[in-house]
Design a protein around this ligand. Structure first.
Ligand SMILES: Nc1ncnc2c1ncn2[C@@H]1O[C@H](COP(=O)(O)OP(=O)(O)OP(=O)(O)O)[C@@H](O)[C@H]1O
Length: 256
């Protein structure tokens, strides 16, 4: 991790109708870190991710990615900046009518003019990097297990070699062993590719296994950010319950 800021969010306010989700939210994601984003259900973790990547225009505030203000971009400018990140949505969001390999090729088709054979080769490479063997490429998403679908979605997020990866609940719905395998993969890829990772999760095991720092959302803002050790010393009741309640203690025991 460097001291350089990869993503800088300042004064972010988002709303749906009269419902304000974030109000004056500030957040820094440092280059090369895995930042976990946690908080009670409905505090706006997914909306924050969507606001950063331009899918939910904010009411006010700015988002800078590598010093470039991405808040007001549209058209070609937005498309260009989208090459800086890959996104793995909560449900994987694979196209069910495309093979796994074709799914990984979708961002390449949208953002590059690479020849078809090279796209196929690169897609297979991303699938292998994500822990799938060559037999997965020609299959349809429905032919894969939940864990394999998550890996395919990760391969698609990595399709354009982005420096930043957004993961929304990557281990949700996986059994603990498959989830642990996915956590290891994320950490290995982060280290091999020097990725900056923004990871929304409820899974305390995932936080312990993958994250350098954690940001806690609550009361429409980031109420705390730091390492797990730092957050364990925070006296906010939700944070105490999260890290020092039974599940947090179990994860801590697994860590030592
Ligand atoms: N498309 C939408 N239209 C209206 N309200 C929305 C929409 N998307 C999200 N919201 C609202 O924004 C708030 C934050 O939602 P969000 O999904 O970001 O929460 P979250 O912290 O990710 O929750 P969870 O942990 O349950 O996934 C919620 O009150 C939700 O109902």
């Amino acid at each position: 991790m460097s001291e350089e800021i990869a993503i800088k969010v300042r004064g972010l306010t988002t709303a749906y109708g009269t419902h304000t989700v974030h109000e004056g939210l500030d957040l820094d994601v440092m280059k090369g870190e895995v930042l976990g984003v946690i908080g009670p259900s409905g505090t706006g973790k997914s909306v924050l991710l969507r606001a950063i990547v331009g899918l939910k225009p904010p009411e006010t505030g700015t988002v800078e990615v590598f010093d470039q203000n991405v808040t007001d971009l549209s058209g070609d400018d937005l498309r260009e900046v989208q090459n800086l990140w890959g996104i793995m949505f909560q449900d994987g969001a694979l196209f069910s009518n495309l093979t796994v390999r074709e799914n990984v090729m979708v961002p390449m088709r949208e953002h590059t003019d690479l020849p078809e054979p090279l796209m196929k080769q690169l897609a297979d490479q991303k699938l292998r990097m994500s822990g799938l063997d060559d037999s997965a490429g020609p299959k349809f998403p429905s032919d894969l297990s939940g864990g394999m679908r998550k890996r395919a979605a990760l391969a698609r997020a990595l399709a354009l070699d982005p420096p930043i990866l957004f993961l929304d609940e990557p281990t949700a719905g996986l059994d603990p062993i498959t989830a642990a395998g996915f956590d290891t993969l994320v950490r290995e890829l982060q280290s091999a590719l020097s990725l900056t990772v923004f990871l929304v999760t409820h899974d305390v095991d995932t936080l312990v296994a993958t994250c350098d720092r954690i940001a806690v959302l609550g009361r429409k803002k980031v109420i705390a950010a730091g390492t797990i050790e730092e957050l364990r010393r925070n006296d906010d009741p939700w944070i105490q319950d999260y890290f020092c309640g039974p599940r947090g203690r179990a994860a801590q025991a697994g860590e030592s």
